[in-house]
Design a protein around this ligand. Sequence first.
Ligand code: SF4
Ligand code: SF4
Length: 350
Amino acid sequence: MKALKLKKRYLTEYLDSLRKYGEVFGPVKKGDKFIYDRLDDLSRLELKMLRTIVPAKKFLVPPRFNTFSFDDKSYHAELENIQPRVIFGVHPCEIHGIMILDKLFTERLPDIYYTERRKKTAIIGLSCVPDDKCFAKSTNTHFVEAGFDLAFNDLGEGEEDYLVWIGSSLGDDLVRYHLDLFDENIKQQDLDKYIKWRRWRDYQYKLEIDMTGMPDIMELSHDLPVWQELGDKCLSCGSCSMVCPTCACYNIIDRMNPAVFQGFRERYWDSCMFKEFALVAGGHNFRESRAARVRLWYTHKLKAFITEFGRPACVGCGRCIDTCVVDINVKTVASALRGTEKTQSGKRKK
Ligand code: SF4
Ligand code: SF4
C-alpha cells in the first residue's frame, strides 16, 4: 500500500476528474440526516457526515433490481446496466462492512451481480470522527488496511493535506486521472502528525461495547426471558436490517407474462425481522415469534458470524442505535445480555 498527499483545496477538482471513470457519488445532507447521492454538483458534498441513513451497500446490493430476463427458450443475465461508479466518503467501519459482504457474496458461491458491481465500483474511504452512537473502536473497524481503492485521511481542521492511501490497482489508476495534484513526498512530520491523530481519534470514542466472549454469552442466553422482553417491544419493521451495512438477506420473485412466455426475476432486500421471512410452503413458520426473530438477528451478528469468520458481523456504525424507535440495538442488547442493564422484569428467570 502506498501513501500520497493531496491538498484539501484540490479535492473538488480531483473528484471532478474521476467522472472520466464513472458517475461520482458521495454523502450529502437530507434534512438533518445524510444520504449517499450522485454528485452532479460537488458543492453538495458533506465531508463532516457522521453516517448516512442507508450504507454504501446499496451500491453493491441494490435494494431492488432485475437479475435476469427469460422466455420459454433461454435467459439473459442483466449485467450490462452495471456501470463504473465512484463512491467517495465511505467511512472505515463501512469499508469493513463491505469486506463482510465480500465474504458472503464472493467466496463460496460467487454472486455474479455483486461481483460485477464490486469490480466496477471504486470505493474511496474518508476518515471520520465518531459521535456518541459510534463504537467502531470496540469492533476494531475504526481503521482500514484493505477493502478500498483509495482512502483519504483528514488529520484535522488546521491541516492542509489529506493523506491518501492507495489500496488497489484501480486506486492506482484513479490517482493517475490527476496525478499532478498529488504529492508523493511523505516526510517525517507527516508520519508524526498521523500517529498523533490516530491517538487523538482513539480517545474520541465515547461508546464502548464489550464484544469479548459474545458467542458464549449468546449461547448461554438462548432460553432466557430477555429475548421475550425484546420481542415484546420489537415492531418487526425491519429498519435495523435495511440500515445495517452487513445485513444482506434478499428475496426473489419471478414476474412473468404467461401470454408471451416472457418474464424477469427480481431480487429485493428482505429482513429476517419480517414474520414471513421463515414461512415455508404448508404454512409452517420457523420463527413465528418476534422474540425468535430478534434473537436470530443478534445470534447472526454476535455469534454465528464470529464462529464462522472469526469476527462479529457488526462494524460498530451505530445505525441500529440511530434507527430503532423502540431502542433495540447492539448497545442495548449487549448490555441486557451482560447484565449491566436490567431487563423489564429486573432479573433473569431460570
Ligand atoms: S429491532 Fe427495532 S428496527 Fe429492528 S425490526 Fe424491531 S423495531 Fe424495527
Ligand atoms: S448491528 Fe448496528 S452497529 Fe452493528 S453494523 Fe449493524 S447497524 Fe451498525
